[in-house]
Design a protein around this ligand. Sequence first.
Ligand SMILES: [Zn+2]
Ligand SMILES: [Zn+2]
Length: 403
Amino acid sequence: MNAALDSAVLPRSLQIETGIAAANAEFVALRRDLHQHPELAFAEHRTAGKVAALLQQWGYQVTTGIAGTGVVGSLRRGSSQRALGLRADMDALPIHEATGLPYASQNPGVMHACGHDGHTAILLAAARFLALHGQFDGTLQLIFQPAEETGSGARRMLEEGLFERFPCDAVFGLHNWPGVSCGHIGCIEGPAMASVDQAHITVHGKGGHGAEPHNTVDPVLVSAHLITALQSVVSRNVDPLDMGVLTVGSIHGGHASNVIPDSVELKLTARTFRPEVRSLLQQRVPALVEAQAASFGARAEVDYRLGFPPVCNHPAETALAREVAQDTLGAARVEEAFRPRTASEDFAFMLQARPGSFVFFGNGDSAGLHNPRYDFNDAILPLAASYWVALAERYLPQPTAAT
Ligand SMILES: [Zn+2]
Ligand SMILES: [Zn+2]
């Protein structure tokens, strides 16, 4: 009665699906364990320890301590020089969990609110299958990255020689995405997530009595004009066919209704999809702010901090990702209308160093990312693990016939 399940007669995609499904409970349990024990950026010691121990157990050559808590598991088969990088992120956020789940965070004020617990478990599930049953000739480099949320983990891994020490011809990543049906996937060629930069602005005026504004230089009034004037950058400097976002998300100044303060501080975030637009904002924001403040007799200091570049998916690797997604999930589940996102991801740095593609797995109707009520949808786990396995076997050459 098991003839139909005989692995020799099943198409490879079904063999992968069946093999991943057989071990799924173990990885759901692992995902929930990671969820219960979230760790902040560069403090993922317990998580990294678990990752390293499991990879070792399955026969990977394991390197720890890259970028502090980063882990790379390498698995070489056959003689092909081709090498593939698959990346997961491991860190949690400084958020107090409000899900009330039985496996909610036991670390008060720290929470896996972005699903990196899921991403880590997905890559481990794929790692186990690939070690035990993988059909490939070449090298797998499984990259477990720390500190995605602070934007410094990927960069630090690269600075510490990630791709020199663990050569990869291409690198792929994924993220769960709330609001997209579970089992569906979004693959986008070109810009898929925005760059993120920030500006900290200090407006220096001259404080004084609120009843004698003529004896002051009012930084509150100047700030109000700045916030309005900044809206002209996207609407009047950026090409209307390009995307740009400037959001002033923070303003602090003064304490009393009848006192004009000496200074006001503003913080803004800037998002774009194209390097040219990114440079334009970097140039226009300080120029406009400084000149506008000067026009009131005030002085503005602008500390413009570059964060991540946009996540730019490479065409050939994205075509491969889409093909694999169609085979793994079915063509109907590859969301053709999936649009680029204005959030950002430090995987962008890896895609600047190597070709690759970053895809989005629907998390269903969950709370949004970075929300205290968010939870990773465990139903994604076997689907995404199967996607990783199929991608690895498609990207790397097939093993030559046994001798
Ligand atoms: Zn996040
Ligand atoms: Zn994330």
